[in-house]
Ligand binder design. Sequence first.
Ligand SMILES: Nc1ncnc2c1ncn2[C@@H]1O[C@H](COP(=O)(O)OP(=O)(O)O)[C@@H](O)[C@H]1O
Ligand SMILES: [Mg+2]
Length: 454
Amino acid sequence: MAEIREVRGPGRFERIGAHSHIKGLGLKGLKAELIADGMVGQTEAREAAGIIVNMIKDGKMAGRAVLLAGPPGTGKTAIAIAIAKELGEDVPFVMIAGSEIYSEEKKKTEILMSAMRKSIGVRIHELRKIYEGEVKSLDIKMTRNPYNPYMQIPESARITLRTKNETKTFEVGQSVAMQLINQGISEGDIIMIDAETGRVTRLGRSAEREKTYDIEAERIIPVPSGPILKEKEFVYTVTLNDLDEMTARRSGATLLSLFFGGREEKEIDPEIREQVNEMVKEWVEQGKAEILPGVLFIDEASLLDLEAFSFLTRAMESELAPIIILATNRGITKIRGTDYISPMGMPLDFLDRLLIIRTRPYSREEVMEILKIRARAEGVELTKEALNKLADIAVESSLRFASLLITPAAVNAREEGRKEVHIEDIERVRKLFSDIKEASEFLRKYEEKFIKAA
Ligand SMILES: Nc1ncnc2c1ncn2[C@@H]1O[C@H](COP(=O)(O)OP(=O)(O)O)[C@@H](O)[C@H]1O
Ligand SMILES: [Mg+2]
């Protein structure tokens, strides 16, 4: 039985442009290679992360979480992303910052809860009845649009499908006819129509029709064999949050909510979540679905407050929990909203559950290697001097600032008619753009001036 994969990505890699070079932890067994998978140095942290990946795969992370502790720009986010990559492609990865849980509209726990449920995938296997074959002939019957006499719309269609063993003609209604037109289906296409919903999917061009293989971006596929009407297995991955939203929409969809609900997310009733949990557990028992616990990465975790930490502690114990990875660059600080001073601003009972991984500042050589990889990821060529200059900037200011300057420098080089980025390009953009420290000092100076003037 053929399998069609429709991976509905939860949109998890949107915010990781700066980390697009990270392909994994770069380990051989449990040992880090100096440079591998886009990773450079930071070997102990990467090896520790490798052990975490093994624990996750063995299901040994219940009741625990990971904390990445290190100064800014030492690869905390990069390592969290690498862990997710090691877990597999359709494993969800959700990234939030501690500061994001404070909102006017939503409760903190609601924000955390939906982030958690976005990080848990459900891989669903479904057997569906479909009609599949090559379009042998297609005849669409048009009619006048009842609201617009100048417009023709499809009324129905007569379609003949064939497989290697069978040819059949079907009469289909307006909605299928409309899809056939919208998708530009023509004779010689291989298509599939869902028997229950009438959804049309174009699979490609028939290999028997297409003798010339020069049509690019066109999938040439063999004419299917067997009966036209058949059962096929579909595999797709959604998240618990997707299922929550779908269920909420179905049960709460009144006419008013259609008008005023819009597409904006509303809070989801705990009962709906309970319902979804039960439904998913049932699917798992029936062998129709598997749970894919993903990663919830909480950056700036020292900005969470007691309520958030106790929510997370409970979450770690629960049956349907993602892997929680936190990151911080704060040493000893106040727990937000209290006067208690505590390591990383976290309560002790929470700290007790953490496997802590340190990330250390990089040497100049390591910084240079990372910048080289970043330049390659952005398709930019740097001269040796330019790379050296960038490394100076990274050491003086920050690695992130230095890598941010690569693209502006490339724009400057192109304007000057150079293919490679030269040291002049780096020096020029270094003057034009300021790092965070310079910008905030600049603003502070003017604030003082204005206060004096006022
Ligand atoms: N060990 C490393 N190997 C390759 N790239 C790295 C490494 N550490 C950091 N980077 C890259 O350097 C930049 C800054 O690192 P980042 O992960 O954002 O640091 P942090 O989260 O600790 O502030 C990012 O583009 C990141 O992908
Ligand atoms: Mg980070």
